[in-house]
Design a protein around this ligand. Structure first.
Ligand code: HEM
Ligand code: HEM
Length: 175
């Protein structure tokens, strides 16, 4: 597999992709073990702080992405694969906003203060406890949060399939 003619995602897109991938994996680990939060009193604060950071980074990343066209997929990529990859990328952006935003909304209705790693307060949104919005956001957080892991596995599986099976440059464009 020669790297001749390899056009990568730009440095900012690559850095954001990998830093945020790591942050999201930590978030999923913390979120999916939230039953054990009582025994780990630091966990909810860290989950909320990392999550709100991901929300801010996503807004920046989306702005960057809209101004910087990614490198084209290999010319022989089947149409269905290109369309599904694009669909999954869009869905990831929706979830990288929807999951933390819904978390911010439903926890705003709760009794605990919101802060960023204990360093400064984060304003709570005007959401009434027990309201339809608070309940829908809570439900949405759980559903989207749970959906994240299988979608991530699909995404990683596709990247590894391209790299090791098809031996093309799809993964290298992001390294
Ligand atoms: C990308 C960022 C985030 C991801 C991937 C994520 C993921 C998750 C997941 C998977 C769960 C477990 C859901 C379940 O019970 O089945 C969870 C729970 C929770 N998350 Fe997040 N979360 C994120 C951001 C946030 C933010 C920003 C907040 C609040 C400011 C938050 C607050 C909570 C709370 C309080 C729970 C506890 C369980 C509950 O009552 O539903 N999360 N999160
Ligand atoms: C939660 C973790 C992850 C999320 C949310 C995520 C999300 C994304 C998104 C949105 C893109 C489109 C490019 C962009 O607009 O920035 C992308 C591209 C890519 N990701 Fe991930 N990613 C994650 C983890 C991973 C991992 C672990 C791998 C490697 C095994 C990987 C491999 C790739 C590759 C190769 C591309 C380029 C594919 C193409 O251009 O079609 N990603 N990812």
């Amino acid at each position: 597999m020669s790297d001749q003619g390899l056009v990568k995602y730009d440095g900012v897109a690559r850095a954001l992709h990998w830093v945020m991938a790591l942050a999201i994996i930590i978030e999923l680990r913390l979120g999916l073990t939230s039953d054990a939060w009582e025994a780990n009193p630091w966990a909810p604060g860290v989950h909320k702080s990392i999550g709100l950071t991901i929300l801010m980074l996503t807004l920046f990343r989306l702005g960057w992405r809209l101004k910087h066209t990614p490198p084209a997929l290999p010319a022989d990529t089947p149409h269905w694969q290109a369309v599904s990859a694009r669909g999954l990328h869009i869905l990831f952006y929706v979830m990288m906003i929807g999951v933390p935003l819904s978390g911010w909304i439903f926890t705003s209705a709760g009794p605990y203060p919101l802060n960023w790693f204990g360093l400064f307060d984060i304003p709570k949104l005007a959401v009434v406890k027990g309201s339809l919005l608070a309940e829908a956001a809570h439900e949405g957080h759980e559903i989207m949060g749970t959906l994240f892991l299988p979608l991530l596995l699909l995404h990683v599986g596709a990247a590894l399939y391209h790299h090791f099976r098809l031996k093309d440059k799809v993964l290298k464009r992001m390294l």
